[in-house]
Design a protein. Structure first.
Length: 136
């Protein structure tokens, strides 16, 4: 069942904004110190600030990639793999630091499902390899 292009664009924008917010505000600017605490517990204290910022920059870059629409299906698969792997590691090693504890897994699966559905199930046609913001 295809969805409308505006809904697809809105969903794409939402997904990109989640990555951008998490990267910039939660990690690079450290507005939510719990993220650095998670990185510290998993990767160690020595370079946790650096690693947290690098992860944040990576998330910002991922948000920008999403908005370009370039290789969007590969990007969607990468996002799903990252989300599920990241959550599996965090639930195993740091569930006490997660906002919803082990319930974070539910949100990870739902977010992954949104990404999958938006890219693979509900699009009438595969996205062109140009920016999602350029209207045909």
């Amino acid at each position: 069942m295809p969805i409308t292009k505006p809904l697809n664009l809105a969903t794409t924008g939402f997904v990109a904004s989640v990555w951008a917010f998490s990267g910039l505000f939660c990690k690079v600017l450290n507005w939510i110190p719990r993220h650095r605490q998670i990185v510290t517990r998993i990767l160690g204290q020595d370079h946790s600030v650096l690693w947290t910022r690098l992860i944040g920059i990576g998330e910002i870059c991922l948000a920008l990639w999403i908005l370009t629409g370039v290789k969007s299906r590969f990007c969607a698969v990468l996002q799903i793999v990252l989300i599920l792997a990241m959550n599996a590691i965090e639930i195993t090693c740091t569930s006490d630091l997660l906002l919803f504890g082990r319930w974070n897994a539910v949100f990870a699966v739902l977010f992954s499902g949104l990404i999958y559905g938006n890219e693979f199930l509900f699009c009438k046609n595969p996205k062109p390899q140009t920016s999602v913001w350029v209207q045909s």
